[in-house]
Ligand binder design. Structure first.
Ligand SMILES: Cc1ncc(COP(=O)(O)O)c(C=O)c1O
Length: 408
């Protein structure tokens, strides 16, 4: 049997290594990088046929590129692995230049003036800007709610509601939202359920199995995993991509560079191993900090002390690579701690092999009003940690020595 014929029966881990467009005539083992903006046609008739959609080949890399398609196909195989047999629809995907391009394209390709979106208020800052500021400028109404309150989703839904949008775990306070229950409410109101699955990663949580219609990633995070390239991807049912997203990307151009898509494609080969290694370290480091006398509160979805631990266990395989904690002494103490870390770096990125710490109220969530920050739990003493792949003992030692210097 050929590799192509086998692909349908291979399991997730195997597809993460092998799924891609067919090899070229050179028989390369590593997938080819097609760093090309255009394509050459055999004849004027063929060019015409491609533009009429009567011939399958590529036309221009803003619309499609074989390396980009390999990345999309590998992500489709990953997301389809657990649900496809009885789902009744086929998943397709479009990669984008960044995670934010993926979020913006998913909204703008589908919504029009007069439509309405309901979103959880605990959102990454730029996602919140799209919902709160950008969409209303085009006459699209939006309602932000406490996403952990199921009755709030129900109450906010209007006849014009077209999309429910959330992230879970949320950034940075790691609330867990009940995707299955919220998708059920969305569908009852004829709305689509869109999930930003960045914090959970496609390894730990599969929103399609929980009823999501659109799943969005910043590939910049765990998918790259080594802090090199920006990228994003939208996965959804094939008919929605064909009817809405594909033409929007073609015409407006938030397309990913083939080089970045190639980096993401190759990184997917180790994603499963890396995510579990991140979780191993996050479990150990978060536990060491949780019991420290200078830490007043630690939030990690993989720890039984998390307020939504049961739900996290139900919809996620493990707790993930991120935790947040509050150091006694407010912003001054949080800055002292961050500044005294030697191994751990201060950076607002996440999902990197290197452990990174950020102070959300002065960085990622700085643009929110203080009352909005406090409403989602971001206090001046809150720090968010994205746990990398270093030896957990070195990470614990680094935090312990930095905590020594905090005079709260
Ligand atoms: C939850 C979440 N969604 C979306 C994004 C946007 O991704 P990107 O930076 O690739 O545009 C980020 C991070 O930046 C994020 O943390």
């Amino acid at each position: 049997m050929t590799e192509e014929n086998n692909k349908n029966k291979w399991r997730k881990s195997t597809n993460l290594v092998h799924e891609a467009e067919p090899r070229t005539a050179y028989g390369e083992t590593g997938e080819a990088l097609f760093l090309t903006s255009g394509y050459v046609y055999d004849s004027a008739e063929q060019a015409q046929a491609r533009f009429l959609g009567e011939d399958d080949g590529y036309q221009y890399s803003r619309f499609g590129n074989p390396t980009v398609r390999s990345f999309e196909k590998r992500m489709i195989a990953l997301e389809s692995a657990d649900f496809e047999p009885d789902a009744g629809f086929e998943i397709d995907a479009r990669a984008t230049a960044t995670g934010m391009a993926a979020v913006a394209a998913s909204m703008l390709c589908y919504l029009k003036t007069g439509d309405h979106v309901v979103a959880a208020e605990a959102l990454f800052g730029s996602c919140r800007y799209i919902i709160e500021t950008l969409l209303p400028r085009y006459g699209i109404k939006t309602t932000l709610i406490d996403g952990t309150d199921l009755t709030a989703w129900e109450r906010a839904a209007l006849p014009e509601t077209k999309i429910f949008f959330l992230e879970s775990p949320t950034n940075p306070m790691l609330d867990i939202l009940d995707i299955e229950a919220i998708a059920e409410i969305a569908h009852r109101h004829d709305a689509l359920m869109a999930v930003d699955n960045v914090f959970a990663t496609p390894i730990l949580q599969n929103p399609f199995t929980l009823g999501a219609d659109i799943v969005i990633y910043s590939a910049t995070k765990h998918i790259d995993g080594q802090g090199r390239c920006l990228g994003g991807i939208v996965l959804a049912r094939k008919d929605w991509i064909d009817d809405h997203l594909a033409n929007f990307i073609r015409q407006t151009g938030p397309s990913i560079s083939p080089f970045n898509a190639w980096v993401m494609l190759k990184s997917l080969e180790t994603l499963e191993l890396r995510v579990h290694a991140h979780c191993d370290r996050a479990e150990k480091l978060s536990e060491a900090l949780r019991v420290h006398p200078k830490v007043s509160r630690l939030i990690y979805p993989g720890n039984p002390s998390h307020p939504h631990y049961k739900l996290a266990q139900k919809q996620m395989q493990r707790g993930g690579s991120l935790f947040s904690f509050e150091v006694n002494g407010g912003q001054k103490a949080a800055f002292q701690l961050a500044n005294h870390l030697q191994l751990v770096k201060i950076s607002n990125n996440l999902g990197d092999a290197k452990t990174l710490i950020t102070h959300p109220s002065t960085t990622t969530h700085q643009k929110l009003e203080e009352q909005d920050r406090l409403k989602v739990g971001i206090t001046p003493g809150t720090l968010r940690v994205s746990v990398g792949l270093e030896d957990p003992h070195d990470l614990i030692d680094d935090f312990m020595q930095a905590l020594e210097s905090v005079n709260s």
